[in-house]
Design a binder for this molecule. Sequence first.
Ligand code: DAH
Length: 356
Amino acid sequence: MALDQFLTALGSMLEEARACLATVDNAESLEQLRVKYTGAKSGALKTVQKMLGSIDVKDKPAAGMRFNEVRDGIEEALGQAALRLGQAAHRPGGGSGPQSLGPVFDPTLPGLRPRIGTIHPITQTLEHLKEIMGRLGFNVTEGPEIEDQWHNFVALNIPEDHPARDPLDNFYLATAKAVSAESVTGDPPAPRLLRSQTSTVQIRVMETEPLPLRIISLGRVYRPDAPDATHFPMFHQMEGLWVDRNVTMTQLKSVLRLFATSYLGGDVSIRFRPSFFPFTEPSVEVDYWWNGQWIEFGGAGMVDPNVFQSVGIDPEIWSGFAFGLGVERLCMRRFGITDIRDLYRSDVRFLRQFAT
Ligand code: DAH
């Protein structure tokens, strides 16, 4: 269809609609006109819109623009006619039948106060941590919450008989898919699980990203702990991983101190206590001196050569450090929250206190 023909048709339609709507004098006729022009199935606008398809591609922008103008013009004329007849303003998309007759606006009715949400303190914390670590050159990566045994344990150097793999300490998933895999291979399938730590993302990143790399990953982890003031079966961790040539423990300490100083404010002291994690060697637990006491925030260490080997990285060439911090603990310290369960009760009276 030619553009000028289309535009002429649109123009006369708008003119005709305006003329009819200016003189319409009862609700029933108005409704008929509304259907005639804006009816969803065979209204005039709908019919013209279909013709848009046969317009030459180069003319489409002009045709589309004019179509929108005409549609808005007709909507406006409908609204004015409705106002004149004392109906509630015409609602596009139907629903303005005779039952919606009534005053347009009643200023004597009480208003409805909009309920505006606030950003959850944990979400605020996650954003804040990303921002601080971003300034230290760490990129944000994500990993899945449903994991396989390879990423949650095996590649992290956690042997089969390690207590961390105990069914009582993990949310293993029994799926129909796992059962059918068994019948194909003959091997009992390794059930997947809700990840118990974000260290899984270390493996995923090293499997896919080129070296060197410097990442953090923040997200939920799951452990079947009975909820009390300091435990909850779901919580968040921030994992960090830096792999390069000649990465040292000094850098680990500096990064964690800079992080703490930015997040907690002031000059925070940091303390490393010797510890053990299967995926780091040596391993440490990290404490911050804050408000007159040492507070444990997580674990860290130098990436174990076995972990590098499991993802095909040569530990003679590459070195790295990793750390995992508890997000709830950081959030609670900063906001003065004393019971982790308060974060997940969804009580807006509590949450609203942390509105930004
Ligand atoms: N994944 C450990 C946990 O959940 C925390 C951790 C310790 C992470 C040492 C690390 C690390 O990256 O190097 O308890």
